[in-house]
Ligand binder design. Structure first.
Ligand code: MN
Length: 724
């Protein structure tokens, strides 16, 4: 434990006309008051206020702050009253001690509002005298430094969370960044030691693999600045494990290299040199657009001044740079505390109204916080409202080569791919964002480095249209789908026409067809087939045009041979007879046909062929052109691997276990359930709609009958849009 004289000489280093007696008196008063009280660590309790006083002295605060630090726990923990403090010291010290004591009392409450209430009281107290907060932060910092001695894990967690949620942001807010960093790190170690340890291990590993990289970057920066006659002091630092962790959580990423963990600070002579340095770096490196913040011309609310930006440099590494002069630097290290150097007695001297006004403006944000409290329920609400909301309309992202692409806010990886080139977009299979494999729909942020991975066999998916936002990507995807659909439809139209001619016993000759192109106002056969498939030209119209003399006897010639030839061409093993490969088919959602059902195909303009049950009641509602109906049936040998989705409706008693009974019955038949929806829940009954995968009608009947035998079920049926 340091002696009063040692403490005094520490303070004297920055405080020249120190009232030594005040410090010595407070030292003795506190030591005697706490007497033989002990901390959890077994040390004398007085070691704590003394350590807090030392922290306050490191902040270069005034003598009253240090006296307060020494006395901050005597009212709380001993028989001494605030009145005693006023009598023995002065009103200001008593007020600050009172503020800190009140805060400690609130900390010991155990209710849900405690945190908010605590924060509310803290801001009230701060608004009277900012030194309350400074002493409180020093107190909290020392308690966090010694938290390992607190026996209850619950209490340790509570303290750590509170430090993270309230005290660290407050420290940051008034510019005490060193205290903020330390509070975060100490809390992180309590709350999530595993995450912290693994980040530290990873940092060590990265450091090992990139020996001297920080020095190399510093040397390079130094070199280009000196070439332009700018003298500077450059330091590089790694970001703290906690801030890396927050970024990992926010972006749901791991970190893999130096990208996100390095920041450099350049301290120059004066403001003019700050901007000159900015210019020099700018002309030597690619600045990441959108990353630039000028806190010199527009200081932060806490008075912080600096130039901030990021550059892409040194083998594609993104690094952050801060430029400031010495005065700005001192102020950022010590925050509000640094002002005590210049206006040593400004709070004590209450008569000096000019200084008071200055003080008011400087801490206007505290008053704003109090206003916020009047309209909000919780501390977290206030903290949320108070976050700087930077609405930027654009993001700027990089290729691995450093080319910049400027995209609207909310753009995805796919948008980026199409921004580079439509071929890259069309062939995009995956991507890496800042070195991490990302999804294609991942939203990009300013400064992201995006590497698109392509494959020649890959094609755009219509699903992409759900999340791309740039018109370039949208139109390119639509274009591709249109082309692909054109191919599919041409194949389908060709097959429809060929099959029709064969059925009518006529020769299918493309040379004859070509002669009719001009009549149908088409340039190519593919165009003509497309129009047949999408239904705008019927197969009968074409037949009539080529064979004007043909008389349809209404009887189709059954010529199995050529028909089989068509079917054999199928590569896709469609379970249906009557279709050929390349056809876009889908099963109607209204009747969910499965093998064994009587079916037919409907050619729909724009969507290919839809397979319905012949009994589907929706068919009645469709104004069907007979030319659009094609005969299809299930292949007999099929139904091997493929499963078909269909929907069943089960009504059961509203008793516990009823639903479990149904699902286990279905599982016993080795049938997969796709989806379950419970409806019409009443007191006695509820209805379950289940989507299941079955092989065919027989398979389905098996499960339906076993469900019907169950005691708990009242009604079991297939939902198939039947005509009833
Ligand atoms: Mn304390």
């Amino acid at each position: 434990m340091i002696t009063p004289q040692e403490l005094v000489s520490k303070i004297k280093l920055y405080h020249h006309n120190l009232d030594e007696n005040l410090i010595i008196k407070a030292y003795d008063f506190s030591k005697n008051s706490h007497g033989n009280q002990r901390r959890h660590s077994g040390e004398l309790y007085f070691s704590h206020p003394l350590a807090v006083a030392e922290i306050v002295a490191e902040l270069k605060l005034d003598e009253e702050s240090i006296a307060t630090a020494l006395l901050h726990d005597v009212v709380e923990d001993t028989d001494i009253s605030i009145n005693d403090i006023t009598k023995n010291f002065n009103q200001d010290i008593a007020n600050i001690v009172d503020g800190v004591t009140k805060l400690s009392k609130i900390e010991n409450l155990h209710n849900a509002d405690r945190v908010a209430e605590n924060f509310r009281k803290l801001t009230m107290a701060m608004s009277q005298d900012i030194r309350v907060l400074l002493v409180k932060l020093a107190d909290r910092l020392h308690n966090m430094r010694t938290i390992e001695f607190v026996p209850s894990k619950e209490k340790r967690l509570k303290q750590a969370n509170e430090s993270l949620e309230i005290y660290a942001p407050l420290a940051g807010r008034i510019g005490l960044n060193k205290i903020k960093d330390e509070l975060q790190d100490l809390s992180f170690a309590v709350i999530n030691p595993e995450a912290r340890n693994s980040i530290i291990a990873k940092l060590n590993e990265i450091r090992e693999n990139n020996k001297n990289i920080i020095d190399k970057i510093i040397n390079k920066l130094n070199e280009i600045l000196l070439a332009d006659g700018v003298e500077s002091e450059i330091s590089g630092r790694e970001k703290k494990p906690y801030s890396i962790w927050i970024k990992m959580k926010a972006k749901n990423i791991g970190f893999y290299n130096l990208h996100d963990i390095m920041a450099f600070r350049i301290i120059v002579k004066d403001v003019a040199n700050c901007y000159k340095t900015l210019g020099i770096i700018n002309s030597n490196f690619n600045m990441i657009p959108g990353s630039f913040d000028d806190y010199i011309s527009t200081p932060k609310e806490n008075g912080y001044r600096s130039l901030h930006f990021a550059i892409l440099a040194f083998e594609g590494n993104k690094i952050e740079i801060q430029i400031r002069d010495q005065e700005m630097h001192n102020s950022s290290e010590l925050g509000v505390a640094s002002h005590w150097n210049y206006k040593e007695k400004f709070i004590k001297n209450n008569q000096n109204s000019k200084i008071k006004i200055q003080e008011k403006n400087q801490y206007r944000w505290i008053r704003e916080l109090i206003n916020l409290f009047e309209n909000s329920e919780s501390a977290s609400d206030v903290l949320k409202h108070h976050k700087l909301n930077m609405h930027k309309d654009e993001v700027f992202c990089f290729t691995p080569n450093g080319d910049i692409f400027n995209l609207p806010h909310g753009s995805s990886v796919i948008d980026f791919a199409y921004a580079i080139h439509s071929e890259i977009g069309n062939n995009c299979v995956s991507a890496k964002v800042n070195g991490m494999i990302s999804t294609l729909r991942q939203t990009l942020e300013n400064g992201d480095q995006v590497e698109i991975i392509t494959s020649k066999n890959s094609k755009p998916s219509p699903n992409w249209l759900q999340f791309v936002i740039t018109s370039k990507a949208k139109s390119a995807i639509r274009n591709f789908i249109r082309n692909q659909k054109y191919q599919e439809y041409s194949t389908l139209g060709h097959a429809i026409l060929q099959k029709y001619f064969v059925l009518k016993g006529l020769e299918f000759d493309e040379k004859l067809l070509e002669k009719s192109l001009s009549f149908f106002n088409k340039k190519t056969l593919s165009d003509l087939y497309f129009k047949i498939a999408d239904g705008s030209i019927t197969r009968h119209e074409i037949l009539k045009h080529i064979y004007p003399d043909f008389i349809d006897e209404g009887r189709e010639i059954r010529s199995a041979k050529p028909l089989q030839k068509i079917i054999k061409k199928s590569k896709y093993h469609l379970p249906l007879i009557g279709l050929v490969d390349g056809m876009a088919i889908k099963y109607a959602g209204c009747c969910n046909p499965i093998p064994g059902d009587s079916i037919l195909g409907i050619i729909n303009t724009g969507t290919g062929v839809t397979i319905h049950q012949k009994m589907c009641r929706n068919l009645k509602n469709l104004a069907l052109n007979p030319q659009h109906v094609i005969d299809v049936c299930w292949k007999e040998e099929e139904s091997l691997e493929e499963n078909f989705t269909t929907q069943i409706r089960v009504v059961v008693e509203n008793k516990s276990g009823a639903l479990a009974e149904i699902t286990s019955q279905i599982a016993k038949k080795k049938i997969n359930i796709n989806h379950i929806k419970t409806t019409n829940r009443s007191l006695d009954l509820f209805e379950v709609l289940i989507d299941i995968n079955v092989k065919n009608v027989e398979h389905l009947e098996g499960i339906l009958s076993s469900l019907r035998f169950s005691k708990k079920t009242i009604q079991v049926e297939r939902i198939a849009g039947y005509q009833s």
